[in-house]
Design a binder for this molecule. Structure first.
Ligand code: TYD
Length: 222
């Protein structure tokens, strides 16, 4: 397999814990980019391509312990490889901006640290599979774990199921994900921007648009 070539147009990823609002923000970014006439693709992980979506249902359904941590990271990374080769790289090569809901930083936080595979092992695996492909910009939507989990639970329509879910959530694990995202940002300050996501949707959107516009000179182009 040939590793993907260097990016031709902006590749942006959004990362963050539960309830950080990534998908709502991506929808609003897409409307804005559309209004500016900027050709773009919004996609997500795990998934984003037909085969990768099949892997998504393997990893996100069933018992939490259905897979060993190593199998899990291999599945996420297999899905990513398919997604990159079939969707992300072709889109970038044809000059379209790509915005992706989660990417390899999630594997580092969730499987590397959270499930104990080891951050370095997961990093090495990403390199093996993706070569030099890396996002140009990673927006990390950061907020206190209790706020994020509370938001995620309040989205549930079935309140009894919501409470049950909340009780089963391991808060300290989510604290680990948050800490690792912040460490990743510290180690890659040219790529990552941490944004306090404990604010109103429109407010957060305004900030994200400002960062993207400035980083890629969008308003000058439009
Ligand atoms: P999803 O329902 O898309 O929710 P959200 O992204 O809004 O949290 O669930 C994706 C889940 O997959 C999420 O719990 C994080 C997890 N995940 C990993 O554990 N490793 C990965 O590499 C990726 C991409 C996601």
């Amino acid at each position: 397999m040939t590793p993907p070539l260097a990016n031709k147009s902006p590749f942006i990823t959004l990362e963050g814990g539960e309830g950080s609002g990534k998908s709502t923000q991506i929808k609003l970014l897409s409307q804005w980019l559309g209004d500016l006439g900027i050709d773009h693709v919004c996609t997500r992980e795990p998934g984003g391509a037909p085969g990768a979506e099949q892997i998504r249902s393997l990893v996100l359904t069933g018992d939490v312990d259905r897979w060993t941590p190593m199998t899990e990271v291999l599945l996420y990374t297999a899905a990513r490889s398919d997604h990159v080769e079939r969707v992300i790289t072709p889109a970038l090569d044809s000059g379209r901006m790509v915005i992706c809901d989660r990417f390899y930083d999630s594997s580092i936080a969730y499987q590397g640290a959270g499930r104990g595979v080891g951050v370095e092992k997961v990093r090495d695996l990403q390199k093996l599979v993706l070569g030099d492909l890396r996002p140009d910009l990673t927006l990390i939507l950061d907020l206190p774990v209790q706020v994020g989990l509370g938001r995620a639970v309040s989205r549930e329509t079935d309140k009894a199921a919501a409470e049950d879910r909340f009780e089963r959530m391991d808060v300290s694990l989510h604290e680990t994900f948050r800490r690792v995202f912040l460490e990743i940002a510290e180690q890659a300050p040219d790529r990552c921007v941490v944004i306090d996501a404990d604010r109103e949707v429109d407010d957060l959107q305004h900030i994200l648009r400002g960062i993207i516009a400035q980083r890629f000179g969008l308003l000058e182009q439009a």
